[in-house]
Design a protein around this ligand. Structure first.
Ligand code: ADP
Length: 626
């Protein structure tokens, strides 16, 4: 019989399994039982519309059997089975990912990641078996096929007999070694505890015959072997059990299996709700954003079950956009089984459930924010941007639902703070909540205005996420305190007296300032003196609603219309340059014109903007040097 080769990627995965240093070998059983359960599901669904199948719900099962002498473990199911072609396609290639990245997979961590992320499924059998035989008869076929492989060398497929539809996976368990006692996977009690541990909520019975010695009835000392058919799993879905019966490991394992994550979730929320809406929910807050989370491909939603039967894998209506990162399921008694996708949207019960689910998520996040800041910060690093979108989207319609969940980086202790915390420690003379937007905290700290705010003893919020400023514009104020961009013209931290002085100076030098503004043409709307700059010579502030950071973000968007923030060039009234400029206005306007251009370019660089005419800037500098 011709031996066929595995596809290249499958071969690599197989090699990895065969030579596995992965310690958790026992998971192979979970993988095979889960495949069997899927196959049974498929046939069961078929049977709902096809009477010829002739099985009742109670007839479907998965069976484990062992032949200790020959070191065989068999996992059988009476599911849909596979044709020769399906055996070839399903077991000869990796089903899930055509693009497994095997770089550096020699390292142990990498290997675990691969197993976790992709769920190696069937191939995991090779962690414990040196030969695997699959005998399968597909639904609708008279004959069966035998697929066999000893691992990396390849596999064979040939027709064979099988009495009924379904699949037997026969594992030839490896010989024991010093380190590994593979024989444990032939022990009925060990197998039964593995089923309990990993596959308890499988919806079909996982059965096994147990042989026990029993006293012969009526006799004193006569014993006989009694064979008992036991069901090893409770079949109760995890979410229907009581919280006290579920271990953290079970919760986490369920999450990882069902939602294809390799990392434990940050938080598990398991509820049983009764009242207007009666349902169980099992919700998870992931520890990291899926790779496609912030892309169009991401689909939010919770799985929806009615009385334990799956209606839809992803019901989007159960989650608001700002909580779209939540994974999980809802199982309700109140929904009809034949509810369709379209009617879901209009279903009153469902809307009620969605509302309670949202409230629950909010309250759990608030609890985490108040009691477990470290975890919350991890959560916020992953999903904070989404919450900020929540404030911003639909013109701020949902801002109240999310605003108090926001965190911002702050100049106090270099930590994340809530707006509430910020307000609670504002000095009495501080009028507004001050923030600055920029690419990084370091760059913001270099702003002249940042020095001025900090010198006053005020706390500064760093907006380094591009959505920050847009979100805050929607909030406008919290507890009567306005948000003020320190680089905007309405930011002023001076005393009334200082303001008077600078106002007088601006009036006195009006002609000179207008001359400079004229030199700068469209770049600025005005030039003026300020008291706010400490030791820095110049800065740019924005006028009106649009800041220069918003200009940058908006112009970076696809199809941007090229918006322009209107900017004012501010000159430090207490800096030596101020006198120099007033002198030049009297003596040498040509040079003043050049200085205006130089100062504006400097201010743009300091503010993290690019300069529009670098060549001109460079030649002006050279003129100064020569
Ligand atoms: P996955 O289950 O993640 O798709 P596997 O490698 O475990 O990947 O299995 C590959 C495919 O083989 C499955 O998708 C399924 O189509 C088929 N398969 C595996 N086991 C069985 C089984 N017991 N009965 C029917 N089909 C099976």
């Amino acid at each position: 019989m011709r031996t066929k080769q595995f596809k290249a990627e499958s071969k690599k995965l197989l090699d990895m399994m065969i030579n596995s240093i992965y310690t958790n070998k026992e998971i192979f059983l979970r993988e095979l039982i889960s495949n069997a359960s899927d196959a049974v599901d498929k046939l069961y669904f078929r049977s709902l519309t096809d009477d010829s199948i002739g099985l009742n719900r109670a007839d479907y099962c998965i069976r484990l059997s062992t032949d200790v002498d020959n070191r065989l473990l068999t996992i059988s199911d009476n599911g849909i089975g596979m044709t020769a072609e399906e055996l070839e396609n399903n077991l000869g290639t990796i089903a899930k990912s055509g693009s497994l990245d095997f770089k550096n997979n020699n390292e142990k961590n990498e290997e675990i990641d691969v197993i976790g992320q992709f769920g190696v499924g069937f191939y995991s059998a090779f962690m414990v078996a040196d030969k695997v035989t699959v005998i399968s008869r597909a639904f609708g076929e008279e004959t069966a096929n035998r697929w066999e492989s000893k691992g990396a060398e390849g596999y064979t497929i040939a027709p064979c007999e099988k009495e009924s539809v379904g699949t037997d996976i026969i594992l030839h368990i490896k010989a024991d070694t010093e380190e590994e006692k593979y024989g444990e996977f032939l022990d009925a009690y060990r197998l039964s505890s593995l089923v309990k541990k990993y596959s308890d909520y499988i919806r079909y019975p996982v059965k096994m015959f147990f042989t026990t010695r029993k006293k012969v009835e009526g006799s004193e000392d006569e014993y006989e072997d009694a064979v008992e058919d036991r069901t090893l799993n409770s079949m109760i879905p995890l979410w229907k059990k009581n919280k006290s019966e579920i271990t953290d490991e079970e919760y986490n394992q369920f999450y990882k299996d069902k939602f294809y994550d390799y990392e434990n979730p940050l938080k598990v929320i398991h509820t049983k709700t009764e009242g207007q809406a009666t349902y169980n929910s099992l919700l998870y807050i992931p520890a990291h954003a899926p790779f496609d989370y912030y892309s169009k491909d991401f689909e939010k939603g919770l799985a929806l079950y009615s009385k334990g039967v799956l209606i839809t894998e992803k019901c989007a209506d159960l989650l608001p956009d700002y909580f779209s990162f939540v994974k999980g399921l809802v199982d309700s008694e109140d929904l009809s089984l034949n509810i369709s996708r379209e009617t879901l949207q209009h279903d009153y019960q469902l809307r009620l459930i969605a509302k309670t689910v949202e409230k629950k998520i909010k309250s759990e996040l608030t609890k985490m924010l108040n009691n477990d800041r470290e975890t919350y910060e991890k959560f916020f690093e992953a999903f904070g941007t989404q919450l900020k979108f929540g404030v911003y989207s639909e013109y701020g319609r949902h801002k109240d639902a999310v605003a108090d969940l926001l965190l911002f980086k702050s100049s106090f202790e270099d930590k994340f703070v809530t707006v509430e915390e910020y307000i609670s420690r504002m000095p009495e003379d501080q009028k507004a909540i001050y923030y600055a937007a920029g690419e990084t905290v370091d760059k913001i700290n270099m702003l002249p205005q940042a020095d001025a705010v900090k010198a006053k003893g005020y706390e500064l919020l760093y907006f380094t996420d591009y959505v920050d400023e847009f979100a805050i514009r929607m909030l406008r104020e919290v507890d009567g305190k306005e948000f003020v961009n320190i680089c905007a013209e309405n930011a002023d931290f001076g005393t009334d007296e200082e303001k008077e002085t600078v106002k007088a100076k601006n009036e006195a030098c009006k002609d000179m300032l207008d001359f400079m503004a004229e030199s700068l043409d469209d770049d600025v709307t005005a030039v003026r003196f300020t008291e706010n700059l400490g030791t820095h010579p110049v800065c740019l502030v924005s006028e009106g609603g649009l800041s220069s950071e918003m200009e940058r973000v908006l112009n970076a968007m696809p199809g941007a219309a090229g918006v322009k923030a209107s900017l004012v060039l501010e000159i430090n009234a207490n800096h030596a340059i101020a006198d120099k400029l007033t002198d030049l206005f009297e003596t040498d306007r040509d040079t003043l014109d050049k200085y205006a251009k130089l100062l504006n370019a400097q201010a743009r660089l300091i503010g993290g903007m690019s300069i529009e005419n670098p060549a001109q800037f460079s030649s002006l500098i050279c003129e100064l040097m020569l």
